[in-house]
Design a protein around this ligand. Structure first.
Ligand SMILES: [Zn+2]
Length: 393
């Protein structure tokens, strides 16, 4: 708790042992959002969230803050990292708040800070609403260049073309959006692990989930009560996911070896995502561009749920190292192979996921093994302490 000189509580942060364990396992990426204030005192509610091995949003810590000033955010972040044993995340996703930006820059300048894609697109929809209604085709062009540009050059060219086509050169809202492109446009973040955030938006899902439990007029006591109910229900989901992944293995009905391998290693939710990519891969064919090195994976038909509108995906191969690099960069972003590489593997007669493309955090064994290791370390240090005590006697 942060208190003033009269010992009056101003801000509160809380977490528990389970959230700390989760942070030690999955804390390389956190997402942070203060756009939602929840109680009658108008104290901003700021959950710090991440993603567990099932691809589910989890909460590392909760806070009710006195205000949204940089000093308050600094207190929150430093308290958070201290409680988490000093481990700092590699990537922090935030909304576009300037005070938060300042706090992060001052406290942890080395961290990669990115804006939440969901907030940007929501703000854009709000600000550009009339424009979208007035200018035919503008929304579609904007969406296409945001989602489908695969290189920085492509994004820049398409942006200028869009401005020209719709005569929007002087638009006040589009200019800063373009200037902050490095912070949020997927093409600039392609090589950054973002755990399926492109399609979901992490903070948004936590806040909207939590919104069902609390009302803006709630007192802090009521808020905390509701938080406990929320946590209890989250735990039921987590236990269910763990049970389905460890005890009840997914049923594998076909004889495809790569599918069997995925069922064996991945947690259930990730296995289902992988399976979907495998199904999508049937919609493609392969053309060799440069012998044994460069391939075009070409879409034969559009399909529901396709991530990109374009038809051709270049995959670069290094056979010696067993590396397959697709221009869509799904592996770097989400940690599973894309349908394009999977289609190419079929073509090349490769029936296993190459070692380099198995992300440890998505495997069933990661959670179980790390827990075992942590237990061993703890028992070992307790054993040492016991031995020391005995030697003093
Ligand atoms: Zn791909």
């Amino acid at each position: 708790m942060r208190m003033d000189e009269n010992n009056v509580v101003k801000s509160i942060f809380w977490t528990d042992a389970k959230a700390r364990l989760n942070y030690s396992l999955y804390g390389e990426y956190v997402s942070f959002d203060t756009t939602y204030s929840t109680n009658k005192y108008n104290m901003p509610f700021a959950p710090i969230v991440g993603v567990n091995g099932h691809g589910r949003t989890i909460v590392f810590g909760w806070s009710l803050l006195e205000d949204q000033k940089a000093e308050t955010f600094k207190w929150l972040l430093s308290t958070f990292f201290e409680v988490m044993g000093g481990k700092k995340s590699d990537v922090i996703m935030t909304d576009q708040d300037a005070a938060m930006k300042k706090a992060i820059q001052e406290l942890i300048p080395e961290v990669v800070r990115r804006n939440c894609f969901w907030h940007i697109t929501r703000n854009a929809r709000e600000h550009l609403g009339t424009l979208i209604n007035k200018r035919e085709g503008f929304a579609k062009d904007l969406e296409y260049l945001i989602y489908d540009s695969f290189s920085e050059e492509e994004f820049k060219t398409w942006w200028s073309e869009m401005l020209e086509k719709h005569s929007l050169g002087g638009n006040k809202y589009l200019k800063p959006m373009y200037e902050s492109r490095h912070m949020w446009v997927p093409v600039f973040l392609r090589r950054m692990f973002c755990h399926f955030t492109k399609s979901t938006g992490r903070s948004e899902s936590t806040n909207s989930n939590f919104e069902d439990y609390v009302h803006r007029k709630d007192s802090i006591e009521k808020f905390l009560e509701q938080y406990e109910v929320f946590e209890e229900e989250q735990k039921v989901h987590e236990d269910k996911n763990r049970f389905e992944s460890t005890v009840q293995k997914p049923k594998c009905t076909t004889m495809k070896p790569i599918k069997k391998q995925a069922a064996d290693i991945y947690t259930r939710n990730i296995y289902l995502k992988f399976l979907q990519q495998l199904q999508f891969s049937d919609a493609y064919t392969v053309e060799e561009i440069e012998k044994d090195r460069n391939y075009n994976v070409v879409k034969l038909m559009k399909y529901p749920g396709q991530e990109f509108d374009r038809d051709t995906f270049v995959v670069e191969v290094q056979h010696e190292q067993n590396l397959f690099d697709c221009i869509c960069a799904k592996y770097q972003r989400d940690g599973i192979l894309c349908c394009h590489v999977l289609r190419l593997l079929t073509q090349l007669g490769i029936h296993q996921i190459p070692e380099a493309y198995i992300k440890e955090r998505w495997t069933t064994s990661y959670f179980e093994d790390t827990i075992k290791k942590q237990k061993m370390v703890r028992l070992d240090s307790e054993g040492n302490q016991m031995a020391k005590k005995q030697s003093y006697l």
